[in-house]
Design a protein around this ligand. Sequence first.
Ligand SMILES: [Cu+2]
Length: 213
Amino acid sequence: MRFSTFGRAARVALASAATGLALAASGAGAATVTITVQDQAGLALPGSAVFLESAEARAAARPAVGVEIGQQHKQFTQRVTVVPVGTAIRFPNNDTVRHHVYSFSPTKIFELKLYAGTPSQPVLFDKPGIAVLGCNIHDTMIAWVVVVETPYYGLSDGSGGVRLDGVPPGRYRLRSWNPALAVGAPALDQPLEVTAGGAAATVKLPVAAAAAR
Ligand SMILES: [Cu+2]
């Protein structure tokens, strides 16, 4: 039948067009961005949040799954955690003492009242920004959650380095943040152009690395 033949051909054409688009989208996302985070004296700033913002990046952001911030030896297991907006984080208590984890930051206000083990409900971080976490029982416990609107984010390693893979070429705002920045200070903001060959940049935050330890 003529109509069904046409239909099949149209379906094949549509399917290959869709595949072609998918390939173009993923093929364009192969660039690697390498960032080095330093203090004003050029010393490495480990544990700094680095992320790339753009309208396209915002549209591509998806919540991360399985993110946890534990408590062990009366400390949070990570000082800084970076997650895309919409991520639910679990707060398992691995200590025998109880903790009372809270945040009064506008990015996410919550309180997990005195508990042992893992609270049944994770906490949903549904707004971009930076939340400071504390424990009502142990004043020295502190950690930060950096909530970003992009899939391209990372945390600097011991040498201050961050490698972001699969970044589509384009113009971005390179954002960098470390807890040693003044309280309430936003992430540093500078332009970054990513080409098909990737990009590399060194960021200098207005802090002293010694203060970041
Ligand atoms: Cu505690």
